[in-house]
Design a protein around this ligand. Structure first.
Ligand SMILES: Cc1cc2nc3c(=O)[nH]c(=O)nc-3n(C[C@H](O)[C@H](O)[C@H](O)COP(=O)(O)OP(=O)(O)OC[C@H]3O[C@@H](n4cnc5c(N)ncnc54)[C@H](O)[C@@H]3O)c2cc1C
Length: 619
């Protein structure tokens, strides 16, 4: 401890994550009763199920399928295990660009991401046990009941809200008593959900401001979505509760579950009857095959599951021909790419020391609070303290189907002096120097308005047939003008909110430094805001839809409502790729729900009981 203390006194701020990592390590050993899963070195030749990808969905599947003692399950994961920094909620953005991140970037397009480095948006995805649930901001949001009812109406029986609510609750262990009692929540599941144990005064100001505007302060995961709330998060004792921590660690000793890390799947293997029989993967520089007696399940996420399908011969015939890949099934894989995006530059200045200026919170006191009690500013969910669902003039306010979600942050890209957010978002030097440098270390808050149901859809393409080349990503953000118009209205609602008494007590005012590239437009006009949004576009990381679920009559569908890939047998996709439409909220909890529901469908299809084993009591 003495060494650590003197270290932090002499270290620069750049040392903070390293230091916190060390402290996190001590915390693990002394308090955390869960040990990490073991990386199985010697694999069997055959398994009943091979799951590719240990992310939000894959971790659930590995747990639930290995509940059947006579099923042997292999979980293949390209990445390594979580580390101690990834446990600390407030520093989530530090993980972007690290070895835990696949580090995707979009292709430059003329409608968005214009002020970012190379005209590209960064698309981080978790390359680690737990997948993107290890990089995410831990916000626990389920979406709108109507999303699921619409999925069902699109020809997907069993996916309506009343059905999926059962699976949301099955996973959940809600540790806020006032929420746990609600008929919409539950306790005793594997996934711990709770509000962050610490918040800035700005979080309550935000909720108060919403109420002043006529919105309710309510649980957006409950009966109604529209309204303002303090964020609920997937955290446990103040630390991240990733899907791996929730679903894999408690079952790490099951003899019928093998977890192989650093194992990069290259393709699915088929027999002459188009039956999936195994997976080719590379580990330690060696290409190997492993075989599945029952099924191969792709849970590699909405970018890599379609990538693997295409590498395996399932994709658009012309494109596969062009890439020299033999066709197994002509299918619209990689199309229907959906994401939530928003505006990153909506920043307000305040006159009181109430925000997350980095130098004020990343210090010895905060580290000690976190390490010793699981409390304090380091427990904030990736910086996001509160959420709201609001209606622009394009939504019918009586429908409870809002079109904008607000992410409230008690800070901005200026709060860390350009160390973290600038890099994570890929902000160019020009934009940073002109918009944010002049307000560095000042007290600020921001709202990231996010469009909930974008009209614009993108697509993925293979760069080559080399499995280690990343796919090309064309998000098509705001290619449909209506999306930009909705976001502009979202910006205007946030500005109106800054003028409520609640925010005026702090003298809130919009950052006066303008977006380079938009100054020629009338300042603060709709045209100005649209230009600014197209310059500082941010993904909210909800990539989905690229292996769409739908009935056989749907020409865009890649999997059926039981998530089986059309045109082949014994192959399913179970992850965010299958969403026919992205839900009206953040996608981690919905993807975990998909994992839960798919597990039951698989058990039913193979004639097994769906009765589940509860988690151990001490987690
Ligand atoms: C930075 C960030 C912030 C986010 N914030 C939130 C939030 O606050 N709240 C929220 O609800 N959602 C959030 N999300 C989104 C949410 O985390 C994802 O939607 C969800 O985790 C997706 O789950 P998945 O199972 O589809 O994919 P993933 O969790 O990404 O899992 C895919 C897994 O497959 C592995 N894999 C991929 N290819 C291969 C291969 N070829 N061989 C072997 N393994 C492979 C990957 O390494 C990964 O472990 C965020 C995401 C990111 C990246």
């Amino acid at each position: 401890m003495a060494i650590l203390s003197s270290g932090v006194l002499t270290a620069g701020l750049w040392m903070v994550p390293v230091f916190m990592g060390l402290m996190g390590y001590m915390k693990y050993d002394s308090i955390d009763p869960e040990s990490h899963p073991r990386d199985k070195r010697h694999l069997d030749h055959n398994y009943d199920f091979i799951i590719v990808g240990a992310g939000s969905a894959g971790s659930v599947l590995a747990n639930r399928l290995s509940e059947i003692p006579n099923w042997k399950v292999l979980l293949l994961e390209a990445g390594s295990d979580e580390n101690t920094v990834s446990d600390i909620p407030a520093v989530a953005a530090y993980l972007q660009g690290s070895s835990l991140d696949w580090q995707f970037k979009t292709e430059p397009q003329p409608t968005a991401c214009l002020g970012l480095v190379g005209g590209r948006c960064n698309w981080p995805r978790g390359k680690v046990l737990g997948g993107s649930s290890v990089l995410n901001y831990m916000l626990y949001v389920r979406g709108n009941r109507r999303d699921y009812d619409l999925w069902e109406e699109m020809g997907n029986p069993g996916w309506g809200y009343d059905n999926v609510l059962h699976y949301f609750k099955k996973s959940e262990d809600n540790r806020n008593p006032y929420l746990a009692q609600s008929p919409y929540h539950s306790s005793g599941g594997y996934l711990t959900v709770q509000e962050a144990p610490w918040r800035t005064p700005l979080a309550t100001t935000f909720v108060e401001a919403g109420m002043e505007m006529g919105y309710e302060n309510r649980d957006g995961n409950g009966e109604h979505q529209t309204g303002f709330m303090i964020a609920q998060g997937t955290i446990r004792r103040g630390s991240r509760c990733s899907a791996a921590k929730a679903f894999l660690r408690p079952v790490r000793l099951r003899p019928n579950l093998h977890i192989a890390m650093h194992s990069h799947a290259m393709k699915v293997l088929f027999d002459e009857n188009k039956r999936a029989i195994g997976v080719r993967f590379k580990r330690d520089g060696k290409v190997q095959n492993v075989y599945a007696r029952r099924e191969v399940i792709l849970s590699s996420g909405a970018i890599n599951s379609p990538h693997l399908l295409m590498l395996s011969g399932i994709g658009q015939a012309d494109h596969l021909r062009e890439m020299g890949i033999p066709l197994v099934k002509d299918a619209p894989v990689g199309m229907n790419l959906q994401d939530h995006f928003g505006f990153g530059g909506l920043v307000f200045l305040v006159d009181k020391p109430v925000s997350m200026v980095q130098s004020r919170y990343e210090n010895m006191g905060s580290v000690m609070q976190y390490v010793m009690y699981g409390k304090g500013p380091l427990t904030i969910l990736g910086g996001v303290e509160a959420l709201a669902w609001v209606n622009t003039k394009y939504a019918n306010a009586t429908d409870d189907f809002p079109d904008i979600e607000f992410h409230f942050v008690a800070g901005s890209a200026s709060s860390d002096g350009g160390k973290q957010i600038k890099k994570a978002h890929g902000i160019s030097d020009k934009m940073y120097n002109e918009m944010f440098r002049p307000i560095v270390n000042r007290d600020t808050w921001s709202v990231i308005p996010m469009i909930l149901r974008p009209y614009s859809k993108g697509y993925l393409r293979l760069r080559s047939r080399n499995p280690f080349d990343k796919v090309l990503i064309y998000p098509n953000y705001m290619i449909d003008d209506r999306d930009a118009k909705i976001l502009v209205e979202g910006v205007k609602i946030a500005i109106a909110m800054s003028k409520t008494q609640a925010f005026q007590r702090l003298n809130s005012r919009v950052n006066p430094y303008l977006m380079p590239g938009c100054r020629h437009l009338v300042h603060w006009s709709d045209e100005y805001w649209e230009c600014a949004i197209r310059h500082y576009t941010v993904t909210i990381y909800h990539h989905s839809g690229t292996a769409k679920m739908g009935p056989s009559s749907d020409p865009e569908a890649v999997v059926d409502p039981r998530l089986r890939v059309y045109g082949v047998t014994n192959l399913r996709v179970v992850d965010a790729s299958i969403m026919p439409n992205v839900v009206s909220g953040n996608t981690n909890a919905p993807t975990i729900m998909i994992g839960e529901k798919a597990s039951d469908m698989i058990k039913q299809d193979w004639g097994e009981s769906t009765v589940s084993i509860p988690p151990p009591k001490d987690v």
